[in-house]
Design a protein around this ligand. Structure first.
Ligand code: SER
Length: 598
């Protein structure tokens, strides 16, 4: 069964169950500026899960394009991808978990639909905790369908709870469906095998989420931040089935790169490789260039900020891996791949045809640009690490690779890792700041707001952001935590948890407090310590962010303490005058402040 037959069957099956087909939303979220990309099918549907009426009714079905970069290092194994398509059926306060499970079972096992052998199906169910009870209803529903008890597993929150897509929002327990493959259990994963043991015997294909809760910030008396799970007024179903994964299962493949569509791209890459033995870099190229085409189709172009930076990173990482395969440069790899991807997906995503010329032009331009400096940059990198005593690429060296050879910092980091080296990220920023001093004109504009932005003006805003966060906590309470931040040389933007609009009195108090800290001319000091130590000492950090074992903690006298990569200014007196120019809502319990230093 080819991937499009599976797609069609899925839509048709749910249409027979009175669902309405809705189109895929863009990869660039429309309503949620705190995330760069649509990472799951639920993303565009959040307002409807929270109670807004959907114009097409309460039963919906779709396929949604998604992009996830947190696992980018895993891409190239059998199952991970950055870009993928997700099939989803949705109940907005309509049917419940029993029906969702029955639909999934019928669709997967009935000969008329996918016809997967029943004895290959294993499932998991939420085991419950002190707040939310064990999901016996789902267990019973699976048993009633004839699934033996020893193929139904209970797990806790880490495995059987989904959402919210951000830190707050709709979420709930889920039941996951796994298909047993022919792979045998590998003993290195322990004696007992089970669906989540990761030995490779099971592939998770479908996630049925019972979205009945909203995770919210709770403010208790001593103003500590806590989350609470509040029952939503309506019960929802959000299911997500990875289209490429289920296609692999049905096409008898043990990885997504061999399914009909991806293997076409893989063949194109393989054909231009001189060295055809190393599969992983070829898969990275397939995945990253396909993702890049999809991002370009939604109107983003390579740049040094936000989505544009991720796009640049994906293309450049693909091109850098093409080096190790001795790819024939005359062949315009990006164009070749883009043509296949566009052809393959254009019926489902009209932006591909509409923007075809632009996509090919931009992707090839980015390849060519990087190609001009890549060889020399790689030579430079190897020269740097030769004869070094310490396994560290210094900030100046990383900066040179970035500035002269166009190496995104993550590429240098990856190269360093491959050679058992580390890079000095903080030193990179300092080198960047020094460079800005020398060539003020133009450079600030060029890198405005970029991930690699370390101009003097932005360093000041970084420090101001630390002071602002602490001032907000002192004025509004300890529940205030950073939810997002964006800094340009012209202003800071800070998103934080707080349930209501700030009064003008509160805004004034915050502003005054920040200015007082500036007037006091406190010293900003940095200490390196273990993350756990920093947490014990009460340093602020961003929940969910991945930090290295050893972190930098920036302290502004006794006023604020925060885990941060830096860099920062030395004395708060350097900041000038702080002024809040805007305060607004960012949806559920999150506020945004924009402020300037004058
Ligand atoms: N939101 C869930 C997921 O992404 C189900 O669609 O897995």
């Amino acid at each position: 069964m080819d991937i499009n037959q599976i797609r069609e069957k899925y839509l048709n099956y749910f249409v027979t169950k009175a669902h309405k087909i809705i189109p895929s939303a863009s990869l660039i979220p429309e309503h949620d500026p705190s995330v760069l990309f649509t990472t799951a099918g639920m993303h565009p549907l959040v307002p409807y899960l929270l109670g807004q009426k959907h114009p097409k009714g309460s039963r919906l079905v779709n396929f949604q394009k998604c992009l996830r970069t947190p696992d980018i290092d895993e891409v190239g194994d059998n199952w991970h991808m950055t870009f993928f398509e997700m099939l989803g059926n949705w109940s907005l306060n309509d049917y419940g978990r029993k029906e969702a499970i029955e639909y999934a079972w019928e669709f997967l096992t009935n000969e008329k639909w996918l016809g997967i052998a029943k004895d290959k199906i294993w499932v998991s169910v939420y085991e419950g905790d002190k707040d939310i009870k064990k999901d016996t209803e789902s267990y019973r529903a699976w048993k009633d369908l004839g699934l033996p008890a020893d193929r139904i597993f209970f797990y806790g929150r880490s495995e059987n709870w989904w959402g919210p897509a951000g830190e707050v929002g709709p979420c709930g327990p889920d039941s996951e469906i796994f298909i047993e493959t022919d792979n045998i259990h590998r003993k290195e994963f322990g004696d007992k095998c089970h669906p989540n043991c990761n030995c490779g015997r099971f592939v998770e294909v479908w996630n049925l989420v019972f979205m009945e809760y909203e995770k919210k910030i709770k403010i208790n008396n001593n103003k500590e931040e806590k989350f609470e799970y509040v029952k939503l007024k309506q019960k929802n179903i959000d299911t997500g089935m990875g289209l490429e994964r289920i296609s692999a299962v049905l096409q008898g493949k043990n990885n997504v790169y061999e399914i009909d569509t991806l293997s076409k791209i893989f063949d194109v890459v393989c054909n231009v490789c001189v060295d055809k033995t190393d599969i992983k870099p070829m898969r990275i190229i397939v995945d990253h260039l396909r993702a890049a085409v999809m991002i370009l189709a939604d109107g983003i172009i390579p740049s040094n900020i936000d989505q544009g930076y991720i796009l640049r990173r994906l293309i450049r990482r693909a091109i850098r891996h093409s080096k190790s395969l001795n790819i024939n440069r005359q062949k315009n790899l990006s164009t070749l791949v883009a043509q296949v991807v566009i052809e393959d997906l254009k019926t489902h995503y009209p932006n591909l045809s509409k923007n075809k010329n632009k996509i090919i032009e931009e992707i090839q331009k980015e390849e060519d640009k990087f190609e001009q400096t890549l060889d020399r940059g790689l030579k430079q990198f190897h020269k740097i690490i030769e004869d070094k005593k310490e396994s560290l690429v210094t900030g100046d060296e990383v900066f040179k690779l970035y500035d002269t050879f166009g190496f995104p910092i993550e590429i240098t980091e990856e190269l360093a890792k491959e050679n058992n080296f580390k890079i000095d990220r903080e030193g990179f920023c300092q080198a960047y700041a020094r460079h800005q001093e020398k060539s003020r004109a133009g450079a600030t504009k060029k890198f405005k707001g970029g991930l690699a932005e370390c101009s003097e003006a932005t360093i000041k805003y970084h420090t101001a952001t630390h002071i602002l966060q602490e001032a907000l906590r002192k004025v509004l309470g300890g529940h205030v935590r950073q939810k997002g931040s964006n800094i340009t040389p012209e202003r800071l933007r800070f998103d934080f948890s707080h349930p209501q609009k700030l009064t003008s009195d509160e805004l004034k108090k915050v502003e005054d407090l920040v200015n007082q800290v500036i007037i006091n001319n406190y010293q900003v000091e940095m200490k390196k310590m273990k993350l756990s130590e920093a947490q014990n000492e009460g340093a602020l950090y961003i929940e969910g962010e991945s930090y290295p074992d050893e972190v930098n903690v920036y302290m502004i006298e006794n006023f604020s303490k925060e885990v941060c990569g830096g860099p920062h200014i030395e004395f708060t007196g350097e900041l000038g005058k702080f002024r809040i120019i805007k305060e607004e809502s960012l949806g559920s319990n999150v506020r945004r402040i924009k402020a300037v230093l004058e």
